[in-house]
Design a protein around this ligand. Sequence first.
Ligand code: AMP
Ligand code: MG
Length: 390
Amino acid sequence: MITYEEALRIVLEESHVTGNETVSFTESAGRILAEDVYSDINLPPFDRSAVDGFACRSADLGSALEVIETVRAGVYPQKKLFPGQCTRIMTGAPVPEGADCVIMVEETEEIVPETIRFTGQKIKTNISPMAEDIREGALVLKAGIMIEPQHIAALATVGCVNPRIGIRPKVSVITTGDEIVEPHVKPGISQIRNSNGYQLTAQALKAGVKASYTGIAPDNEEETYRIISGALQQSDVVLLSGGVSMGTYDFVPKVMEKAGVDILFRTIALQPGKPTIFGKKGDKRIFGLPGNPVSSFTIFELLVKPMLWKMMGKADPAPGMRLPLGGGYERRRIDRMQWFPVEFRDGKAYPLEYHGSAHVFSLAKADALAAIPLGIKKLSAGDLIDVRPL
Ligand code: AMP
Ligand code: MG
């Protein structure tokens, strides 16, 4: 049995960027940027008015000002300002030569047509200087970030319309178990609806990869072999759920070996998620996840997602944070690191009602998973804990 930290180290060491491709920036949200992006322009490109008003010389504000020109956004001023003059200017327009401030319309009055006077108390500049936001050639976005809508604005602004992006690995999700029926079926007395096949597929899609749900493999060695071999051929990553424990019908480890998979670990000192198998075959990666839906969910978040993000080129594949625990938490056994569902309230993480690894409804309320480290029996309210937001 290895620790979670060791398992994560192995998974990340064994995962490599699938490759890069050029994508339209309009389709790049949720994907990983594969190149540093620089600005091809200064922003603002000129000294820009931040308000609607009159551009003038602050030294002249005590006297009447003659309006010599009107400048709107998108038009460049034609006239230089001399003492006693001003230019009517709109927000976003270039400030004319000779002006050192823009007074707001609200703080002026017209004395006679095209002659105004400052009525305000304090003089503010109201000019955004050229290149205040970014200088031509400066770094705008770093390779390795996940592209969010605000990054789309940055790409658009610097004209990076075809960024290099990490290729999305193809993931196949397989569930196992003779007792499993699909969700549209009312389960018989000894049957259980397949929740985690769809949960895992949704987790993979949310992580940004291409994912497809393959179906249910029965607890039968030949069938399981056929399905695993097929999935390994068709995808970069195979995720199996169930069939990884010590039961008579848990064929997954044996079948993985028969399919030529090199198994890198079989158990982790984790709760839930102790029987987790990770292996590789050439450049394919395969996980055998525990069958209970909270277990498979947790291991996806803790190990599979970091692997997929690393394969897409994400610089920080396992982001977490530290938050104070909202209430006390105590447990009996301390031989494994434990993760439990929490909700966020008032800047703290509160443990949710949780009956164990089949309790999907606890996860449905969770904002994050929180950890109690191996060897620790008790946490008190206010203790800082590791948290993985979902
Ligand atoms: P296993 O590891 O195959 O022994 O499965 C552990 C537990 O998880 C059993 O109670 C299974 O019925 C349950 N389980 C397995 N696969 C699924 C699934 N796809 N959806 C919901 N529960 C499952
Ligand atoms: Mg099973």
